[in-house]
Design a binder for this molecule. Structure first.
Ligand SMILES: Nc1ncnc2c1ncn2[C@@H]1O[C@H](COP(=O)(O)OP(=O)(O)O)[C@@H](O)[C@H]1O
Ligand code: SF4
Ligand SMILES: [Mg+2]
Length: 319
């Protein structure tokens, strides 16, 4: 196991109230596996990603739980210790590559800098930077370009090349292809696959279920700050258990080719004041149709239970 996330909670302490963005989320990432989290916008996916590397932006803060990376709790490390791990053992790719690139410096220098920071000498680092560019199919002469002279796809490749500099144990990719067209998107996914082939675990985040299904080994579904279901991709796709997962799939045209598409009624809750018990109950058709669930779902928080080997669901239907 590379990462073990235990009961992770992350809140944003805003002037308008406390946003309970991630609440008691637990999961593992195994060595060399590709785990994808899906969920609607605002469900807490990015916050989980920031939480893993202990980089939650202000006014956010980890309020509980642990992130064990090879046995070390990353929530307890000093900024210096974290810096040593980030970029080398854990790399990150975000939706907008410009957030990770300095617009005023040549990309070659920026790739080399990642290595220099971790002790590689300058000449060697620049040589490696060229090799890395080639390995992500960016022409070597781009080493002297500034970020704005490159396309969005090339910029994202450059971020991935930085991640590849050290064969990280974990790569966190938060919607890395959302801003790119489909063909470029595919080539970026291929690069991530190549990293996985070399033993890197991938934690991938997307709101696009068809993208999640394509390459992942396992997938998790987030709703309103909670992880509601997690398992192998086949298990989840063929046999979704959580009413939210079922509703989400039923509202996804690509997955449900011959079935009727139906949108989920209502809206996700305001995370400053989430519903008690199961956060999905106000929208759950199962809850509304079964009397025995009344006074349970809207009061008691459902815990994760294993419904089949390595397939977990948090819903009172499966107690
Ligand atoms: N900097 C912030 N300040 C206040 N609330 C935030 C901040 N970032 C995210 N949130 C809130 O946290 C929740 C989860 O957001 P996020 O993790 O970005 O979700 P996702 O990545 O699934 O779209 C949302 O309710 C969002 O409004
Ligand atoms: S716990 Fe109850 S309200 Fe929540 S998804 Fe399950 S049945 Fe629906
Ligand atoms: Mg996000």
């Amino acid at each position: 196991m590379v990462v073990e996330v235990k009961d992770l909670s992350i809140y944003y302490f805003t002037l308008n109230g406390v946003v309970r963005a991630v609440e008691k989320v637990s999961f593992n990432i195994e060595k060399g596996e590709w785990l994808t989290f899906v969920g609607e916008s605002g469900s807490g996916k990015s916050t989980v990603a920031y939480g893993i590397i202990n980089l939650v932006p202000s006014p956010g803060r980890i309020t509980g739980g642990q992130v064990l990376f090879e046995g070390k709790d990353l929530t307890k490390l000093s900024p210096e210790e974290l810096k040593e791990i980030r970029g080398k053992e854990i790399s990150m790719v975000f939706q907008d590559p410009m957030t990770s690139l300095d617009p005023l410096r040549k990309v070659g220098d920026q790739i080399a800098e990642v290595m220099i920071e971790h002790g590689v000498d300058e000449k060697e680092a620049l040589k490696r930077a060229k090799e890395l560019l080639r390995s992500v199919n960016v022409p070597e002469d781009r080493i002297d370009y500034y970020p704005h002279q490159l396309s969005g796809g090339q910029r994202q490749r450059i971020i991935i090349s930085m991640a590849m500099a050290f064969h990280p144990k974990l790569l966190i990719a938060d919607e890395p292809t959302t801003a790119l067209d489909v063909i470029v998107q595919d080539s970026i996914m291929d690069l991530l696959d190549a990293l996985k082939e070399k033993g890197t675990s991938i934690f991938f985040i997307t709101h696009d279920i068809s993208l999640a299904v394509e390459r992942s080994d396992r997938m998790g579904i987030m709703y309103a700050g909670k992880l509601v279901e997690i398992g192998k991709v086949d298990q989840i796709i063929e046999n979704p258990h959580h009413p939210y997962t079922q509703a989400l799939f039923a509202s996804t045209p690509d997955l449900w080719v011959d079935k009727k598409i139906s949108s989920i009624p209502g809206f996700p809750p305001d995370l400053r004041n989430p519903p008690p018990g199961c956060r999905f109950y106000p929208r759950c058709s199962v809850f509304q149709s079964k009397d025995e669930l009344k006074k349970v779902c809207d009061v008691v928080e459902p815990q994760m239970v294993e419904v089949e080997n390595s397939h977990f669901v948090a819903c009172h239907l499966y107690r």
